[in-house]
Design a protein around this ligand. Structure first.
Ligand code: FES
Ligand code: FES
Length: 152
């Protein structure tokens, strides 16, 4: 049995240790905000926080999670109290088809947690790692700049 923290609550699972976290989140915990894109670590749609770092859940075996803290898009904010990045996303109407967006928001929120005032280049570099086929990057950058202002 593997115990870890999921969106602030201790949970346990008995799935095979080599199952990717993405499968566990979506199939066992029904947290479907985290998306399957490529399954091979290339697109970033499956990005979650593990101990505060943005990580690709499709590459993360469940066996590595013991005692660690996993946060998904469902645990980032609440409907009443959106995370500043989520609030900025709404205000800038960032989402287009929406498929990549939970990965984008998890990457952006980890960026701001580690670097509260990133420059334009740092934002573009961090966010280009999450593929958006709709090309929402200009709005993503504006939203992150808005979230930086809201946090300061
Ligand atoms: S689904 Fe994980 S990086 Fe694409
Ligand atoms: S909003 Fe459609 S893939 Fe990013």
């Amino acid at each position: 049995m593997i115990k870890f923290f999921l969106n602030g609550k201790e949970v346990s699972t008995e799935v095979a240790g080599d199952m990717p976290l993405l499968w566990l989140l979506r199939d066992s915990f029904k947290l479907t905000g985290t998306k399957f894109g490529c399954g091979i670590g290339q697109c970033g749609a499956c990005t979650v926080h593990i101990d505060g770092e943005a990580m690709r859940s499709c590459l993360m075996p469940v066996s590595t999670l013991a005692g660690r803290a996993v946060t998904t898009i469902e645990g980032l904010g609440t409907e009443e109290h959106l995370h500043p990045v989520q609030q900025a996303w709404v205000e800038q109407e960032v989402s287009q088809c929406g498929y990549c967006q939970s990965g984008q928001i998890m990457a952006a929120s980890a960026l701001l947690a580690n670097k509260p005032n990133p420059g334009e280049q740092e934002i573009d570099q961090a966010m280009s790692a999450i593929i958006c086929k709709c090309g929402s990057y200009p709005r993503i950058r504006k939203a992150i700049e808005l979230a930086v202002k809201a946090q300061s």
